[in-house]
Design a protein around this ligand. Sequence first.
Ligand code: SF4
Ligand code: SF4
Length: 174
Amino acid sequence: MSQYYLLQNQKRCIGCLSCEVHCKSNKGLPVGPRLGQIIPVGPKLINQQPRQAFVFMPCFHCSEPWCVPACPTGAMRMRPKDGIVYVEQSLCVGCKSCIIACPWGAPQWNPETGKVVKCDYCMDRVDQGLEPACVAKCVTHCLSFGRADRLEQSRRERFAEAVAFELTEIVSAR
Ligand code: SF4
Ligand code: SF4
């Protein structure tokens, strides 16, 4: 994992897609690529009440990412100083090996450039002390971002549980 966490409080998410829209706007992306996806889960009947959840799924910035060794040109790489996994656009030849390698569908195809684009936690913004675009424009403030080493242990455990829960929900919804 990178040195950062990006956490969703699902109870507050209303599925408005503001995060996705601002992400695309910030990166100037065309129709198609979705770097941080809201995945609807349900509706399901729970205690005779219909319930719907919205799971936010960006790149997990894995500590041992499948996408990085799959890339033949070194375009997909991990930033040494903080573990952010990103695409060096000048080196990407559009072979899609990273798309195939990632189990979570995080790398996305940009039809305008013929290259791959992915969530990089808006590292240009992070380097300026700003939050990623999705976090900054979440209308219900259900997304949070920060340095993992500044999270207290109880919140780290809740984050790990939330990620595990999200993955279970996503897999069962597909
Ligand atoms: S693109 Fe996939 S494999 Fe690569 S760091 Fe993100 S989640 Fe991990
Ligand atoms: S599509 Fe680009 S980033 Fe992905 S594996 Fe190929 S060269 Fe590397």
